[in-house]
Design a protein around this ligand. Structure first.
Ligand code: GLN
Length: 192
């Protein structure tokens, strides 16, 4: 049975654990480099990317996380987690700079849907991933992914915007696939 690590610094760790249980895999909350190295797949949850980034520095996890990405095992970042994967995080307002892993060829624009519409649900249009057609994505102060590299595959869009992308083993969702009871994004990720 696969063990999926969920980075446990901050964010919706418990909801991801429930989604993973629904697709029949085991999960564990990880906070140390050795724990990350032992996992078969890894999820960086949504939350607040500034907080998670600072936690990664405090726990000295930048290199263990980059090593995991290089190992070729499946790595999924959702919302703030997607921001942390990007080669650069930008903010349209005066947010402080967020250090990122730089393992996804994309720029993440934080809070890109503005401050008035902080939260909405959007139905996914499949790009390369028919398996997630009509998935109801919950977007909470969500980022947008721009300047995608040639090797980034768009798996789904909402209103033309890429919301689920994949570059080799690295997956990023700008929404929260762990909210609700539809496990198809986790299932697709874990079967990759
Ligand atoms: N707006 C948050 C950030 O920039 C992300 C929000 C989320 O993960 N739901 O980190």
């Amino acid at each position: 049975m696969k063990t999926v690590g969920i980075l446990g610094i901050q964010g919706d760790v418990a909801a991801h654990a429930r989604a993973i249980a629904r697709v029949g895999a085991a999960s564990r909350r990880v906070l140390r480099g050795e724990e990350i190295a032992e996992c078969d797949a890894l999820i960086l949850p949504g939350g607040e990317s500034t907080t998670i980034s600072k936690g990664i520095t405090r726990l000295e996890l930048w290199e263990p996380l980059r090593a995991f990405a290089r190992s070729g095992r499946p790595l999924l970042g959702t919302c703030a987690g997607a921001i942390l994967l990007a080669r650069e995080a930008r903010a349209s307002d005066a947010h402080e700079r967020v250090e990122t892993l730089g393992v996804l060829s994309a720029v993440a624009v934080r809070n890109a849907y503005g401050t008035q519409v902080d939260s909405f649900a959007g139905i996914l249009d499949p790009g390369a991933a028919e398996a997630v057609a009509e998935f109801r994505g919950v977007f909470i102060r969500a980022p947008q992914l721009t300047e995608l590299g040639d090797s980034v595959e768009v798996l789904a869009r909402v209103d033309e915007q890429p919301v689920l992308v994949r570059e080799s083993n690295v997956w990023a969702a700008t929404f929260h696939p762990e909210l609700g009871d539809d496990p198809r994004v986790h299932a697709a990720f874990l079967s990759s």
